[in-house]
Write a protein that binds this ligand. Structure first.
Ligand SMILES: Cc1cc2nc3c(=O)[nH]c(=O)nc-3n(C[C@H](O)[C@H](O)[C@H](O)COP(=O)(O)OP(=O)(O)OC[C@H]3O[C@@H](n4cnc5c(N)ncnc54)[C@H](O)[C@@H]3O)c2cc1C
Ligand SMILES: NC(=O)c1ccc[n+]([C@@H]2O[C@H](COP(=O)([O-])OP(=O)(O)OC[C@H]3O[C@@H](n4cnc5c(N)ncnc54)[C@H](OP(=O)(O)O)[C@@H]3O)[C@@H](O)[C@H]2O)c1
Length: 529
């Protein structure tokens, strides 16, 4: 007769483990410690801390209630409190599933947790806050946090040009401004030649580019460092490394740490406070690398140590706004320039201003195609599609329309486009009007937010046209939204739920469930940032 030993329960029932993991952990600890009356069960947090090195991440679905890009990080971390470490790591991400890090938020967290990914600073939209939180969480793994310069792990997809870790070369061909003179926006149509790279893509994919920093900013940093521009660093010059190797945007904690070593008294305290994530003078949010050097004038870090303290320059991704079928060997993007003033200096979004003003025709750029995860035309070309894309959100829908034209897809196409002013900001106006005339674009709904006193947004127009929208949805239409993740995408979803409730004659709860089902079945897809 075999006797199954009774394994006492040290892991609480509520701890986020599968029954197998719980049994396994209980067995492990029963063997590790003497089980007398004084042994008390572990708390969830203690149990979670023990998890990393002994069992894989729990697979239980907790619904990830923090998975909302509009939620501030403090609220996300609060919602994830008490959850297993990989879940808390996920909550630290910006929740956009934007793939700029090479993963979605959950997979990036799991990769860090399982130590397959050493880089904690890959979340571009999460920036410093995410990197800092991840560093703290990583420490719970019991291993020292990797430095930002830790060697990159094997790329997730190592095929050339298919991931940020293995870019290929494309040639910049041209740019054309999409706003008319007088617009408050600066959005450009950008074209690359892919011939040399042999790269292909499908509509819905995004395009990753490695930008370079603005030359004037690099000069100003070199001047503030009072170092020679040709100072040698790893076989390159200081200027070269500052141009394409490191981020000159928000100053990393490591830079303040370095500064704290090189100064004394009150300045040392301030630098240390900034390195610890505090904000002694209330200006932390404005401190890019140059502003940090200017805040502590006279500190002359060794250029090599200075470079070591900076973050690597990250690639940026852009929705592809062309179809290969109508543009063989080419890819186009639709890029809005990020520029804003702080004090008397205009800060430049590194990649958008690189594409919209610095790169020159013929320049060779490192690029890759970021495959879309759940953003694609329906497999059935007969299906109707509804595309909601204000501003640069129009980009992938131009590609969708080109693709459906080139493949003679018979399904009806409805586009919602919105922007500030009809006279200045009607991107691709001629093309869209032509497609409308030919009937390829079955319906075009426009929303101009600054033509009149009252703001008209795409979601207002959706509500106005709710009856027809519902009719298209009833006919099996696939719905797409692209553009701003923080406000627009949420508002559009709210409008969609309202339309389903009103015209589909459902309670608000049933309408929300209906839209959730559309999402689950990939009939409502989002590409938001
Ligand atoms: C899947 C995906 C698709 C995308 N598609 C497009 C697209 O088609 N077109 C497009 O234009 N962009 C698109 N983006 C956004 C794009 O990737 C970049 O984020 C954007 O161009 C800004 O990058 P940057 O390097 O120019 O700016 P950065 O150097 O990254 O600077 C941007 C940062 O500056 C700060 N900032 C911006 N404005 C202000 C302000 N007023 N005050 C203070 N701080 C501010 C914010 O911290 C912001 O994160 C997409 C993003 C994703 C994830
Ligand atoms: N990561 C980055 O740094 C970065 C870079 C580029 C773009 N973005 C973001 O991505 C978004 C796209 O920018 P964009 O240049 O394409 O255009 P945009 O700034 O989103 O503007 C496009 C249109 O959308 C309107 N809009 C504003 N709030 C809205 C809402 N809640 N619902 C629906 N429409 C709304 C705007 O109106 P009004 O302006 O008149 O209110 C405008 O008419 C922006 O939010 C921008 O902040 C971020």
């Amino acid at each position: 007769m075999s006797i199954t030993p009774r394994i006492p329960s040290l892991i609480p029932e509520s701890a986020p483990f599968t029954p197998e993991q719980r049994t396994w952990l209980n067995g492990l600890f029963a063997g590790m410690i003497s089980l007398d009356e004084s042994v008390t069960p572990l708390s969830n947090a203690e149990a979670a801390k023990l998890l990393p090195d002994v069992v894989p991440a729990p697979k239980e679905d907790d619904g990830a209630p923090w998975h909302d890009p509009a939620m501030p990080i403090a609220d996300r971390m609060k919602l994830a409190e008490g959850k297993a470490l990989p879940r808390r790591m996920m909550a630290a991400m910006a929740q956009q599933d934007c793939s700029q890090c090479g993963y979605n938020c959950k997979d990036y967290a799991d990769a860090i947790f399982s130590k397959k990914e050493a880089r904690l600073n890959l979340c571009v939209p999460g920036g410093k806050d995410t990197a800092r939180t991840l560093k703290t969480l990583f420490a719970e793994l019991g291993a020292p946090a990797q430095t930002e310069t830790a060697p990159a792990p094997a790329p997730v997809n190592s095929a050339p040009g298919r991931s940020r870790d293995n870019p290929v070369i494309a040639t910049f061909i041209s740019r054309r401004r999409l706003n008319k003179e007088g617009s408050q926006k600066d959005t450009w149509h950008i074209e690359f030649d892919l011939a040399e790279s042999g790269l292909d893509y499908v509509v819905g994919d995004s395009f990753g580019i490695y930008p370079t920093n603005d030359g004037a900013l690099v000069d100003a940093v070199i001047a503030a460092l009072a170092a020679p521009a040709d100072f040698p660093i790893g076989g390159r010059t200081l200027r070269e490394v500052l141009t394409d190797g490191v981020s000159l945007s928000p100053a990393p904690d490591m830079l303040f740490q370095l500064m704290s070593y090189l100064t004394g008294g009150e300045r040392k305290k301030k630098a240390k406070a900034l390195a610890d994530g505090r904000d002694p003078d209330g200006d932390a949010a404005t401190l890019d690398v140059l502003a940090s050097l200017q805040k502590f004038p006279g500190i002359r870090p060794d250029p090599e140590a200075f470079i070591e303290a900076l973050d690597p320059l990250q690639p940026r991704v852009y929705s592809i706004s062309s179809s290969l079928k109508s543009n063989p060997g080419r890819v186009s993007l639709t890029v809005d320039a990020v520029r804003y003033a702080i004090g008397d200096r205009t800060r430049l979004g590194v990649a958008s201003t690189f594409l919209n003003s610095r790169v020159k025709p013929g320049d060779k750029i490192r690029v890759y195609v970021q495959k879309a995860q759940h953003f694609a035309l329906p497999a059935d070309p007969n299906k109707p599609i509804i595309m909601i894309g204000p501003g640069t959100g129009l980009a992938p829908f131009r590609a969708f329309l080109q693709e459906r034209l080139a493949t003679k897809a018979p399904g009806p196409n409805w586009l919602y486009f919105g922007h500030q002013r009809s006279d200045y900001d009607f991107f691709y106006e001629d093309e869209l009007k032509e497609m409308r005339k030919s009937g390829h674009l079955t319906r075009l709904t426009l929303a101009w937010s600054r033509d009149a006193d009252e703001k008209i947004y795409v979601q207002h127009r959706m509500r106005d046209e709710g009856r027809d929208l519902w009719e298209w949805i009833s006919r099996g239409a696939h719905i797409y939204v692209c553009g701003d993740a923080l406000r627009m995408a949420k508002d559009v979803e709210r409008a969609l739920i309202d339309v389903v409730a009103e015209h589909g004659k459902r309670s608000p709860e049933d309408a929300a469930r209906f839209v959730a089902e559309l999402k689950k079945s990939d009939r409502y897809q989002a590409d938001v940032y």
